[in-house]
Design a binder for this molecule. Structure first.
Ligand SMILES: NC(=O)C1=CN([C@@H]2O[C@H](COP(=O)(O)OP(=O)(O)OC[C@H]3O[C@@H](n4cnc5c(N)ncnc54)[C@H](O)[C@@H]3O)[C@@H](O)[C@H]2O)[C@@H](O)CC1
Ligand SMILES: Nc1ncnc2c1ncn2[C@@H]1O[C@H](COP(=O)(O)OP(=O)(O)O)[C@@H](O)[C@H]1O
Length: 281
């Protein structure tokens, strides 16, 4: 049996305040490995949200055709064209956390980049196509590092080799089963997101809104988790805080009705984080 903790301001973990002589070198370097051909939006959304939630440095390793558009949109991100996995190595060495998968695709290029990430010791977050590739072959998992998996119900069904209906019928148990099978922290997304780990720890987020049922909202969440890990939070705690501020920001967007774009979350997520965990003081 497990006890479920409902995420509220009283139960949420906190992000440490910044000391007055803080500098970007103390706030982590996040590497986003994302965006195969035709999916440059997913990688940019993830990298932007990581930057906007306070990571000290953000690098984006992506398919070459996305470099100029990404730089034009967000020049603070260090955007690198990567054609071969070997080109990832110097970036992996610098990273304090890696997010891999948004819009990555599942071709040979994507598979080789994922293999390079899995070999490193740095904490890593696997999302979207990284999860699809993992579901196809369990041996793709990292062997030396702590990791987070962020499936939506479709990806969760692939990871457990069952149906979406079965996942949704018992969401908490499904998250625990994935956590146990893959020895990871798991964020099972969708209405009332569940966070679980392999020690049967489980948290439930009751915030959020159907206005978030749109392209890219999960890519943004991956970037937020990466930002909080980069700034020093433990993996499970970072997931809880990220899920909560992402969902609360979604509720704020709901007042405008249908048609929210995932990038609209950035400003309200910053406000939520500041309200819960002020930067100084
Ligand atoms: N702008 C971009 O470049 C975007 C790229 N994206 C990328 O597109 C690729 C494919 O991802 P998709 O997620 O679209 O496709 P998937 O085939 O992985 O997932 C879609 C299916 O999952 C199930 N599902 C998902 N959420 C559910 C929920 N809450 N309840 C019940 N069932 C649910 C449904 O069966 C749905 O048809 C990924 O690499 C992703 O990162 C998307 O993130 C959309 C935006
Ligand atoms: N009906 C809903 N209620 C609450 N949150 C939702 C709802 N629909 C989607 N979300 C949230 O939006 C995000 C969608 O992620 P995902 O399905 O991975 O989208 P994408 O791959 O397009 O980025 C998740 O964080 C999920 O919890």
């Amino acid at each position: 049996m497990h006890n479920t903790t409902i995420l509220t301001p009283a139960t949420l973990p906190s992000l440490a305040r910044r000391v007055s002589d803080c500098h970007k070198g103390l706030l982590g370097h996040a590497l986003i490995v994302a965006g195969g051909a035709g999916m440059g939006g997913a990688s940019l959304l993830a990298a932007q949200s990581c930057l906007r939630l306070g990571a000290g440095l953000v690098s984006l390793a992506t398919w070459p055709e996305h470099v100029s558009a990404s730089l034009a949109r967000q020049p603070e991100i260090m955007v690198r064209a990567v054609l071969q996995a070997a080109e990832l190595q110097p970036l992996l060495v610098q990273a304090s956390v890696v997010l891999v998968g948004p819009g990555l695709g599942q071709d040979d290029w994507a598979t080789s980049l994922l293999a390079a990430v899995a070999c490193t010791e740095v904490a890593q977050i696997w999302d979207a196509d990284a999860l699809n590739l993992l579901a196809q072959d369990y041996r793709r998992r990292p062997t030396q590092s702590a990791w987070i998996l962020t499936p939506h119900p479709g990806e969760a069904a692939r990871l457990l080799n069952c149906s979406v209906t079965e996942i949704q019928a018992q969401r908490e148990q499904s998250a625990l089963s994935i956590a146990h099978k893959y020895q990871a922290v798991v964020v099972l997304k969708g209405a009332h997101t569940v966070i679980a780990n392999s020690e049967q720890r489980i948290c439930l987020c009751q915030q959020g809104h159907p206005v978030m049922a749109g392209a890219g909202f999960g890519d943004v969440l991956g970037g937020v988790i990466a930002a909080l890990v980069a700034q020093g939070m433990e993996l499970f705690e970072a997931c809880c805080l990220a899920v909560y501020i992402h969902a609360k920001a979604g509720e704020k967007l709901a007042v405008y009705g249908r048609g929210a774009a995932a990038g609209d979350l950035l400003a309200p997520m910053r406000q939520e984080l500041e309200q819960l965990c002020p930067i100084t003081g």
